[in-house]
Design a protein around this ligand. Sequence first.
Ligand code: 5RP
Length: 240
Amino acid sequence: MTPPHRQQPPRAGDPGNQAAGKQAAAHAAAALVTPGMQVGLGTGSTVALFLDALTERGVAFDGLPTSQATAAHARRLGFSLVEPDNVDRLDLAIDGADELDHGLQLTKGGGGALLREKVVAALAERFVVIATADKMVDRLGDSFPLPIEVVPFAIGPVSRHLARLGFTVTAREGGAYRTDNGNAVLFARLAGGLDEPAEWDIRLGMIPGVVTTGLFINMADTALLGDEGGSVATVTRPSN
Ligand code: 5RP
């Protein structure tokens, strides 16, 4: 069976073999975790490699997972986990992304964990994104549709609202998919991409029934981008 985080629209130009880049970024991120840290644990295939890489480092830390899938993986590896109610701040959060632009604004949520990922990233002193270099785009929406978490009751109204704004909308699994929070996910595409992502985030977030968008605005501090040769480029968000 396809794991839930892979049941997502294909990326335009997906090279199919991103393994080396994901692995390199995951290992670089594992090196950032030092003993005693409280660390946000993202969701997705790159984060899964990061968790595996952490076992090799052998450091003791407390993790706050962003999904049931990540929590299950972390428990299997024997990591100590904490609950959000007991966390004021995290030293670090590590997560993947579906797209990044050159200002380090992100599209996330292809794995359906966008809401918890956003909550956890907002708690972090430092939010580091791990991804393959091909996920860097000139404009968000260029290669991946925007995931939007909506309450199931509002799938129809929100879809029609988005269509009126010019988006082409698909409900994940025909509307049957549910996030860990019991919500649905819509994938929304805009011809020409999202030229002003911060404004779109506010505008879309105000539609009744939208829980959150997959736009992560001014949240990422650093991106570790791995390439097929196993090299990692470090990109830092420009100050506003
Ligand atoms: C999950 C996410 C993931 O971080 C994003 O989909 C990237 O996943 P992967 O590392 O498998 O490419 O946002 O909601």
